[in-house]
Design a protein around this ligand. Structure first.
Ligand code: 5CA
Length: 419
């Protein structure tokens, strides 16, 4: 847990500063990061929530290789158009390879090997895998990296109606996914850019430091109760698409804010199946081109986005669902026999109750330990100090409110494990 007192000068936004100060990541080279123990624990929790919500809509997890042969992209026609963002290289046999920036071609190729009939449709596959995009301006830490972790999903349906149903199912799962991380997602109608296609939404998290400027209907600020069908159509667009003359939202209800794009969904029909010549036998005995969509979530970017939306001047405030540990146990006086006894007994009991605990028994000053605990932002802190210990008491602090309560070991265990 290599925490830092000061943020390195290169970090200009709060999430980047806090990720470095709390020792979540460390930079390898421009736009490329290594994940340290605390950061990896949160990244893993974010990935797990995403996987659970994908599985809940019937998608199956796979893990495709990061390296792809150029020939797949020559087949779709994207090898030349994708440009300098693609990291290309040759192996010792002079074969052209690339590090995947996205995987539409590769997944379509795999689909073709195993799916031959419309009876095997629909198929929905997803993975959580590293991507490389040689961004011109990598910045803001993991927010716009060159190497980054993405959840990418790909669906194949028999017809347009089926593809639209899948698109809607993924749309709904994204709302749930982001809400489980304590975020309020704003679905924004979008262009499909390099992925191509007919229908597309971005999922944006409001934040002052976001790279996109959004115009949206104020009802989206409290969209928790709004039905998902309405959310696909309530007005929200990025700056490039905003036109005051055609904007349907009355001025007093129009909001303007910056946002971080944490997800992006695309429906693009037969774009890849046609260009790559991938068909299946249809119900009429003639081949049909399956209708596709692809669906991305910025997994590593989300860690930054969550911090951007949940912190204070002292540090990160993790939502419980993604916190690296549930509780931080601070022993103020590691040499004091009764403090040590209380802290270690509690540690054992909490672990046995399946509550994840970070036990700080370093020989540091109490002030340093408390500042560190606030910085790393675990939802709960348990303080064990000699004065309270003499009365059989310990203290419990809730990071999000700052409120401190006195407890006995028994009442504390009941608090965390009410059964
Ligand atoms: N093939 C589609 C969907 S699977 C695709 O690649 N979509 S994407 O380009 O929009 O990327 C999906 C998500 O990855 C984005 O919404 C964003 O959250 C994240 N992302 C994209 N580029 C970066 C980057 N340079 N650094 C961190 N995250 C990124």
């Amino acid at each position: 847990m290599p925490t830092l007192k000061e943020a390195p000068a290169e970090a200009t936004i709060v999430s980047h500063q806090l990720m470095l100060r709390a020792g979540l990541v460390t930079q390898t080279t421009a736009g490329i990061y290594s994940w340290l123990p605390l950061g990896l624990r949160t990244l893993t929790k974010v990935a797990k929530i995403i996987s659970e919500e994908q599985e809940a809509i019937g998608a199956n997890q796979v893990l495709l290789s990061t390296v792809q042969p150029a020939k797949l992209w020559l087949a779709s026609g994207r090898y030349n158009s994708y440009g300098e963002e693609m990291l290309r290289f040759k192996d010792r046999r002079d074969h052209e390879l690339l590090y995947g920036p996205t995987n539409e071609e590769q997944v379509t190729d795999i689909f073709q090997r195993f799916v031959k009939s419309y009876r095997q449709l629909p198929q929905n596959l997803f993975q959580i895998q590293w991507k490389f995009r040689d961004e011109i301006r990598p910045r803001f830490g993991v927010m716009r990296g060159r190497e980054f972790l993405m959840k990418d999903g790909y669906s194949f349906d028999i017809d347009k109606a089926g593809a639209e149903r899948t698109y809607q199912a993924v749309f709904g799962s994204y709302l749930k996914t982001f809400r489980r991380m304590g975020l309020t997602p704003i679905p924004v109608r979008a262009d499909s850019g390099a992925i191509g296609g007919d229908m597309s939404h971005e999922f944006q998290i409001l934040a002052e430091t976001g790279e996109s400027l959004l115009y949206y209907d104020a009802v989206l600020d409290n969209s928790e109760q709004t039905k998902h069908e309405d959310l696909t159509s309530i007005y929200a667009v990025a700056e490039e698409k905003y036109d005051p003359r055609t904007c349907p939202v009355p001025e007093q209800r129009l909001r303007q804010s910056r946002g971080i794009e944490v997800g992006h969904v695309f429906y693009f029909g037969t774009k890849y199946t046609k260009s790559m010549g991938v068909s299946v036998m249809g119900p009429e005995g003639t081949p049909i081109y399956p209708e596709m969509g692809s669906y991305g979530i910025g997994v590593s970017r989300l860690v930054g986005a969550i911090i951007e939306s949940s912190h204070d001047k002292n540090g990160i405030i993790w939502p419980e669902s993604v916190a690296p540990f549930h509780v931080g146990l601070v022993n103020f006086q590691e040499e004091d026999i009764s403090c040590k006894e209380i802290a270690e007994t509690l540690y054992g009991r909490l672990c046995a109750a399946n509550i994840s605990v970070l036990y700080d028994d370093r020989p540091e000053r109490p002030g340093v330990k408390l500042a560190n605990m606030d910085l790393i932002g675990l939802p709960w802190q348990i303080w064990v100090g000699p004065q309270k210990a003499a009365q059989g008491k310990i203290e419990l602090k809730k990071r999000s409110t700052g409120r401190v309560q006195e407890h006995t070991s028994e009442s504390l265990m009941n608090f965390f494990q009410p059964l």
